[in-house]
Design a protein around this ligand. Structure first.
Ligand code: NI
Length: 156
């Protein structure tokens, strides 16, 4: 495994659209392993491959309930709405308030290409939305209000 450099706001790569993963091979497994290591080293709760310059629809998330590896993730159900503070490893030192669903269900593939569904509330629901938006070249600050210098530890 290897630590990868996290791109930050202003890098044009972050605004591109990511391609669907077709090959579930050792390159994908290495990417997922590196993303996990990079995410934990940066104390983030989520990371999208685009944030390390790889334009593939791959996400890792760990909100404290264990590691999730999401390949080609899609949101298939949402409920509710709540506003809370959010940050991003690609927007260092900042946080802003974003309205997200309180409940989100996602369909994704694992590292071997098997489809599965996973759902979550609160921070996990927020992380699903935040990371999947990265895959289409969007940053949370496009929809955030009250962007300020950060004072909390969770970053996505
Ligand atoms: Ni982010």
């Amino acid at each position: 495994m290897a630590l990868r450099q996290i791109l930050t706001i202003g890098d044009e790569t972050l605004y591109k659209k990511c391609r669907k993963v077709e090959l579930f091979d050792t390159r994908l497994h290495t990417l997922l392993d590196d993303m996990k290591e990079t995410m934990y080293a940066a104390a983030g709760v989520g990371l999208a491959a685009i944030q390390i310059g790889i334009l593939k629809r791959v996400v890792t998330i760990d909100t404290g309930e264990g590691l999730l590896e999401l390949v080609n993730p899609e949101i298939i159900e949402t409920r509710g709405s709540e506003e809370a503070a959010e940050g991003c490893l690609s927007v260092p030192g900042k946080q802003g308030n974003v309205v997200r669903p309180t409940y989100v269900k996602v369909r994704a593939q694992d590292r071997n290409g098997e489809f599965y569904e996973v759902d979550g509330e609160g921070l996990l629901a927020r992380a699903f939305c935040h990371e999947i938006e990265h895959l289409d070249g969007h940053l949370y600050i496009e929809k955030a209000t009250d962007i300020v210098d950060r004072n909390f530890e969770d970053e996505e």
